[in-house]
Design a protein around this ligand. Structure first.
Ligand SMILES: Nc1ncnc2c1ncn2[C@@H]1O[C@H](COP(=O)(O)OP(=O)(O)OP(=O)(O)O)[C@@H](O)[C@H]1O
Length: 476
């Protein structure tokens, strides 16, 4: 157990400054790094000389945090506190062995020491809680990820409708349901929603959510322990199997064989299978053809990046669920600037909420701009109209000067229209400004190009692919 010198309670400078700093770092660092190095740290803040002391369990960790994170922590604190904060690292005196660190939990109102709690000293849970925990462990569903908390938009309409149908009548249509899409677009959320919905109506249903990596590891364990019967009993008896990121099966022959067996057994008994992947079945590499063809034998649906209005709705909903009120114009500002996926949108929202709470300022566009300063500056640095013109010209093998020339052959007009479309999508420039940068063209010419390419993108897969490539290249 760590015995840390008195730290402040919730709402006072130490706990709110450090927890706001943790919120920001949680967004900026990879999850594992944050959980290992930053989350367990307790802090003490001395406002008189703007000094924040972090207490660290041992010398090794202290040296590592100093080398890897101290500078970054100081930067974030300075931004939050709006003046430099001196960061000190101190060893926390060790009193008892630690089992589970909960040092980031708020201290007692009396300002008592933040200590690591031994989990075994917690009051025993009552039977109901234990039963619920056992149930959760069994199906591994996150009860917060439901259809109610999933915002609907054209990007996920079809996938959501199919998932809802499966959740209401498993084992019938769309079996298996294969959902694919890029990172952070809601695949996992949708799968949990299916499981939670089914269990709400049929609490006894045997449901399991599992990440493909965990399935691989279960196969390995069954192999080592020669316990394939147990493995089969577990997987083949399910009513609903939700398996995330099946691209992880690539090159794992034994796993693919076991999954094939489970798949056949489940389908034979009219259990339902929902899968996700980062690509459509035929795009999966190093997975046996017989599996790929089965993946594709039910319904395959894509999740697209959310459109502007959907991003706005997601921000407003998520802010409300955190008890914060996000004005629509701020949500639009953030949604216009954070386009790639919902996870990034959530990250941006958390930063804004941390800034707003810590500085006790209402959420506004200037506050959002300040909170997202790094993110916006990266975008501005990377994506300029000139950059777009050059990238598109290279891609379609025309001269950059053709972007602003008056020439009109189709081989030039089309890339020019694509570049105008991307300029509108990826920069903050207005239509007249874009027209100006394309050889002084009128804003109606730009508007025509933007509408034309946006409409064709919906119809023409090849154009859509090309635009994806260009967008990825430009976003870096
Ligand atoms: N339409 C939506 N409405 C509300 N929240 C959403 C929506 N889509 C995604 N989210 C949220 O965005 C976050 C990322 O979603 P999720 O983890 O489901 O993405 P994913 O597609 O599985 O990503 P990955 O491939 O990286 O695992 C989650 O917190 C999820 O709740």
């Amino acid at each position: 157990m760590l015995d840390v010198p008195p730290a402040a309670g919730p709402g006072d400078p130490a706990s709110s400054l450090w927890s706001a700093c943790q919120d920001v770092l949680a967004q900026e660092l990879p999850e594992q790094q944050f959980n290992t190095w930053i989350k367990p740290l307790a802090a003490q803040f001395a406002p008189a000389d703007a000094r924040l002391t972090l207490f660290i369990a041992n010398r090794f960790k202290l040296d590592w945090v100093r080398a890897q994170y101290a500078g970054r922590i100081a930067d974030v604190l300075e931004r939050l506190y709006e003046q430099p904060v001196k960061v000190e690292l101190a060893l926390a005196p060790r009193v008892l062995p630690t089992k589970h660190s909960v040092s980031s939990a708020p201290a007692s109102p009396q300002g008592a020491a933040i200590v690591d709690a031994d989990i075994s000293s917690r009051p025993p849970s009552n039977e109901v809680v234990e039963a619920q925990q056992a149930q959760t462990q069994r199906h591994r569903l996150n009860s917060a990820l439901t259809f109610d908390t999933l915002v609907e938009g054209s990007a996920n309409r079809m996938a959501r409708a199919a998932a809802l149908h499966v959740a209401g009548a498993p084992g019938r249509l769309y079996n298996p349901l294969f959902i694919y899409g890029g990172v952070g677009l809601g695949k996992t959320h949708l799968m949990h929603a299916v499981g939670n919905h089914l269990l709400a109506g049929r609490p006894d249903a045997k449901v399991l959510y599992i990440h493909a990596e965990q399935f691989v590891s279960d196969v390995v364990k069954a192999y080592q322990r020669k316990a394939f019967d147990e493995f089969k009993n577990r997987y083949h008896s399910l009513d609903l199997l939700l398996i995330d990121d099946v691209q992880f099966f690539a090159n794992k022959d034994r796993t693919q064989e076991e999954f094939f067996n489970a798949f056949e057994a489940l389908l034979a008994k009219k259990s339902h299978i929902v899968m996700t992947s980062d690509t459509y079945p035929k795009g999966l590499a190093d997975i046996h053809e017989r599996l790929v063809s089965r993946f594709d034998s039910g319904l395959t649906v894509a999740l697209e990046p959310p459109e502007l209005e959907m991003r706005v709705a997601i921000l407003i909903n998520k802010a409300a669920s955190e008890g914060a009120d996000m004005p629509e114009e701020v949500a639009f500002f953030v949604a216009k600037n954070v386009r790639s996926n919902v996870r990034e949108l959530e990250g941006a929202l958390r930063k804004i909420l941390a800034y707003s709470r810590f500085n006790q300022k209402e959420i506004s566009i200037p506050l959002a701009r300040e909170a997202l300063r790094d993110l916006l500056s990266i975008q501005n640095r990377q994506i300029s109209v000139e950059n777009i013109q050059k990238t598109v010209a290279d891609y379609y093998k025309i001269k950059v000067s053709d972007m602003y020339s008056k020439k009109r052959p189709a081989s030039i007009v089309r890339p020019r229209q694509i570049a105008m479309y991307l300029a509108k999508e990826l920069t903050q420039k207005s239509l007249p400004e874009i027209g100006e940068l394309f050889g002084g063209r009128d804003h109606t010419t730009v508007l025509h190009a933007v509408r034309k390419i946006a409409a064709e993108r919906q119809q023409l897969t090849e154009l859509n692919q090309q635009l994806h490539v260009l967008e990825q290249t430009l976003k870096g």
